[in-house]
Design a protein. Sequence first.
Lengths: 185, 424
Amino acid sequence: MTAQFAPAPAGARWVVDTWHRLECLIAVAAFGFIALVLIIDVAGRELLTPVYRVFDLKGSPGVFAAQKMCVYALVIGSFCGVGVATATGSHLLPRIGFGWVPKEFGPTMDRIADLVTGLFFIGVAWFGWVYVSSSMQAGLRMQAFDMPIWPIQLAIPLGFLSASIRYFFFAAWPALRPLPPEFQE
Amino acid sequence: MTALLLIALVLLLLWLRQPLVVILLSVAAYVQIAWGKGQLDYILEDMWVALDKELILSIPLFILCGNVMTLGSTAKRLIRIMAALTQPLPGGLGIAAVLSCGIFAAISGSSIVTMLAIGSVMYPAMRAAGYDNKFSLGTIMSGGTLGIIIPPSIPMIIYGLVTEASVVDLFTAGIGPGILMLVVFSVYGLWMNRKMPMRSFDAAEFVSACREGIWAALLPVILLGGIYSGYFTATEAAAVALLYALIIEIWIHKEMKPRDFYQVVLDQSKLGGSLFPVLAVALSLNIVLVEHRVPGQMVEFMQTFISSPLMFMLLVNLLLLIVGCLMTTGEAILILAPLLMPVAEAYGYNKVVFGIIMILNLEIGFLTPPVGLNLIVAMSAFKQPFGLLVQSALPYIGLMLFCLALVTWQPWIAMYLVDGKLPW
């Protein structure tokens, strides 16, 4: 579908590509962190507990609050992943309504769809910010750590904001739009 | 009137080709505005609460584990063991394909991953051995669907998250129906290929295959054994499985380099970015619906029309089979499970049994057009026309409907391993 549109300006292509690489790095770091910390936690507990017993050591050999840290990493990775999924066309997209419009209007509909999604995500980002601000004002803190929770929660509005800007890029230059994946599970 | 406007809004968004996350967020916003306090930031708060659950961590880990095993040579090694074991039977390679899918399904929680991992090796091997094309395709495509019923299963984790059913119970309850389907598919393969030439059992080949594949074959034992013995939680088991998969693929099979892990995690990130926000929104919508007593009202509404639990279950099966043709498994569970499960409970169905029945229905959806994902993926993976794939899947759809009917009629097939109770 993208072939019908003029190529996007090189600057716009560079911006979305660089931005995508950055989001990929953050998402990979977050999900890699989850894998690493949980593996160290479980392996530490299973392998070192007998050693602790033998030497009568106190405390737990696992990683302190490993699962809670990983949940926070999951929030960061997931909402960063909203941008990654947007860039790669991986969002779950019901296709029931695709046949309701004649095929020749398909590319125009996709462009309108991108604009609508972009506007919608701006709204979600705004309400996300309202939520994060209230959490900041209330002084909510992380469970298990004595630190404010809002920097983690900020991933929610930022993820939607990033995706919305990318959708505006797609609406402005449809050649940047990724081809939809062949299948989604 | 407000309910009609909600339906109109959903139809408008479908027409506007909006992603599922937008549709669910719009519904949640509409419910808040029409029936709630109109505080839209509550939806974001509910999303945060929804994601703040440790069980959710098992999903990326199981996906990572499946991806690592797919990148390596686990599937080939498992197939070699199964082929050596079944070669004395007529149609042994077909049975080997089904059993390999079953064992790979006990590592991967995904239907497509299972079909591709086994099918890419087994389909050419079955064709080269003279097996009928339709039979080969049908076996591979339907064998792949076992990925979501034999634990670990990502749809079961999602169902557990949205309905608060025990994931360990769901995993345990998936074993019986999974074995039933393995047996039914194998008997069908045996009957269809009864005239195929048999080979004598080659003990040397079997020992050699076991020696090469023992590490891969041990993974399901460690994974499921750890969960069922209560030694690990589902999340811990997923972490152990991932560690084990990485060790055997990098240092024992030497099929993967540590730097390949970046690509594996990146693939998971794409999936996570599309799945977790939708999961969070669906869970937040669930909270809103419960606050407004929507499931309770649905129960009352349904009970005025349907008094018999059997009639209810027949209608639900029909609905889910239709939904399976039109939606992916994840979408269907996220949208329908929170609404249907309370109604099923009101008719006396256990939430674990209902989850298994729901997943069995949606499993059939992998083989039914137009959104039969295994058909679509097989079309590009095996370069076969869509019509032929549909024809190949038809006998297996019949077999799966038979298994579904059997589990619906005799729920102990799923529940025996959970509660140890038999009806006699």
